[in-house]
Design a protein around this ligand. Sequence first.
Ligand SMILES: [Zn+2]
Length: 318
Amino acid sequence: MVRKSASITEEVTFQLLETMDYTTNHIKERFCPSCSSQNQTVLFTLSMAKVFQVNPTYHEAWFSESSISPDFEFPIVKCNECGFVFSRFRMKDEIAFSYYNEGIDAQKSQEKIFKKEKRTSFLEIWRNLNLISDKQDYAKVLDFGAGWGDFLAIAKSPGVEVFGLEFDERKIAFAQSQGVLAGDIQFIKKNAPYDIFMCNQVLEHLNQPKEALEELRGVLRIGAVGFISVPNFDEPVIDQQLSLLNSGLPAKKDVDPLGHLNYFTPQHLRKMVSDAGFEEISFPSTQNVTKSLLSSLYNSLKKNTQEKPGTSIYVRAV
Ligand SMILES: [Zn+2]
């Protein structure tokens, strides 16, 4: 079902009531994660069944046995106050836990980390972070949402201590097998402060991305540098998804209200990041960087920007 710019009204509420038995017990409503407004407009809705169709890493069994009906429509809404686009609903914690543990095929998710392109992209980010960091010797590195620990396994080197925030026990165990320590937020706080960090494709999954950024800022020392990246949902991208859905075609894989709760434009990402106590490093300003390094860094930043326009940024904790 595709709705264009209908207000969140009785229609959605009614639909919610219809599926109440097996759905309302498992989902929660959300207000704007950027400005907390409750005032929003539905851009389109996506059913569980449609979400499953476009994501190859999902387990069919979880979807067919899920307590949420395959017909249940998840509305993607736009905040009437600040324009932020987000999923109106999220699964309650226990269902979300089961979704991440059983709904997603761990083997398929893990296979991605063995790819050469993943290594080269992480190497480039790691190199850029070292160029903009003022740390000349020992450094503590944090991956805020470490997954399998693959970025940290690349960063780990003499004098570099690495720590990953992760909740999935399978991922923590694998990271440990690669010499990477990972654990929950208490573990991360215990080892703070950090000098360099990574927050890659994490914020789009979180119910409260703003609070998560503040928590991240809280475990960094002033001047720490980091890389933050989310899928790009600039306005033309949203428009394109709308026209695909209107033509009866599937939206792209990233439009997935089960896993992706937040849809950032470059502007919204910047605002949230800046509000949490970071400044963007759009061009390296450190005097320690030589001219040739400066130009190669500039080129790689430019390349990165071209590949993922605007929603991959380097920042400094201020
Ligand atoms: Zn808002």
